[in-house]
Design a protein around this ligand. Structure first.
Ligand code: FEO
Length: 402
């Protein structure tokens, strides 16, 4: 296991997890992920974050390449979630740091996750604090709720290096370590998928952090996140900052997403008719059957859309569970600036469209048209109504995007 020098005397010593398809426990990561950890060799030897506990031996092997004596002076814990802090006990045992630095909020998370008896002293730091490690200084920037209360960034001005923990990450397990080593569209898609499933609820904090970073005039030519590829050129740094601003603003895009579940294909046929109505309004769309698509795929697709149309038959006076679960997931991620609508078939009672409409309204989705429901099987009339629903929502979206 090799360490990789990313700047003079600064090394990537993390782990690549090609088998992680369940990121942070709730989102898909079909290309796996990495747990990045960084080592700075100065008068003091400083380690930034660790890896998932199951990768501790991998990380120790990499460390051994550049640090045969294994002695680390300072351990910086930028975030306590276990994909970064899981291996902290093993690293402390092996590298015997004399001090740990973390944010004030991390003190609680650390106490809640670990038995810290036998650990070195832990010093809480806040934005504006810095430590000197020889030729370099490390400046701390709290990034509360980006995405945990304890999240923190570390900045080394002498190297123009910003170590950002979860922020600016992507789920890409690969032999490449740098963002410029893969194609831009693939990078953009991975960043967007990551943002929309992990960071989206904290978009206000993202915008504030970007503003704060600009005000602080941080001179950065490398951003090193804790997941995925490192941005090592000024062009890439600018690119990722601009992408984050775009993701956070959530401006509507002229494209629609139809999600549905179906029992005997009536609601499915309605979905197809809604799609034709959207097309007639000049709005392209994607249709996703929720039996086949995970909620995080839906969220990634929604990143490229300004309209969300949801279909479910009525089942036991409610909606089908995949629809309920997916709507709960989208609501939690607080997607903004959507128009939408509901449709569905029913046999006896027909509550589904009302339930869906209420859920969409609760998510602050604009509902420019009445929902469409049809009993048993859609016929000519129901198809016309579905077509009209798609056309009305398409027109409303087109107006928002104009
Ligand atoms: Fe990748 Fe919030 O840990």
């Amino acid at each position: 296991m090799q360490a990789l020098e990313i700047k003079k005397d600064i090394f990537w010593v993390g782990a690549v997890d090609y088998g992680s398809f369940d990121f942070h426990g709730y989102s898909l990561s079909p290309r796996g992920t990495t747990y990045n950890s960084y080592l700075v060799k100065d008068e003091k030897i400083v380690l930034f974050d660790t890896v998932k506990d199951s990768f501790a031996s991998t990380m120790l092997c990499r460390l051994n390449q550049v640090l045969p004596q294994k002695k680390v002076d300072y351990l910086i814990i930028n975030h306590v979630e276990l994909d970064h802090a899981g291996a902290v006990p093993q690293i402390i045992a092996a590298c015997k740091p004399e001090k740990i630095f973390c944010s004030q909020m991390a003190l609680k998370s650390i106490a809640g996750h670990f038995d810290t008896s036998g650990w070195p002293p832990i010093q809480a730091v806040k934005t504006g604090d810095f430590i000197s490690i020889g030729k370099r200084t490390i400046h701390f920037v709290e990034a509360r709720m980006l995405h945990w209360p304890d999240s923190m960034l570390s900045y080394i001005p002498e190297d123009k290096l910003l170590i950002t923990n979860d922020a600016f990450g992507q789920n890409i397990a690969s032999t490449e370590r740098f963002a410029d080593e893969i194609q831009r569209p693939a990078l953009y898609a991975a960043m967007q998928e990551y943002y929309y499933n992990i960071v989206l609820p904290y978009s206000q904090q993202v915008l504030k952090l970007l503003e704060q970073a600009r005000a602080m005039k941080l001179d950065v030519d490398m951003i090193a996140p804790d997941h995925g590829l490192i941005y090592r050129t000024r062009e890439d740094v600018e690119y990722v900052l601009n992408c984050y601003e775009e993701f956070a603003l959530q401006k509507p895009k002229k494209r629609a997403l139809i999600i549905y579940d179906t029992m005997w294909h009536s609601t499915e046929k309605m979905a197809y008719a809604v799609a034709e109505g959207l097309h007639a309004a000049g709005v392209p769309c994607r249709i996703m059957d929720l039996k086949r698509h995970h909620h995080s795929e839906v969220m990634s697709e929604l990143a490229n859309c300004g309209a969300l149309l949801v279909g479910s038959p009525t089942h036991n006076n409610g909606i089908l569970p995949f629809v309920a679960g997916t709507l709960a997931y989208i609501k939690g991620l607080r997607r903004k600036n959507l128009v939408g609508g509901a449709f569905g078939s029913f046999g006896w009672s027909g509550e589904s469209v009302k339930i869906i409409s209420e859920k969409l309204a609760d998510m602050e989705v604009e509902l420019p048209a009445e929902p469409v429901k049809c009993q048993f099987k859609p016929g000519h009339g129901a198809f016309e109504q579905c077509f009209a629903l798609g056309k009305t929502i398409g027109a409303a979206l087109a107006a928002k995007c104009a």
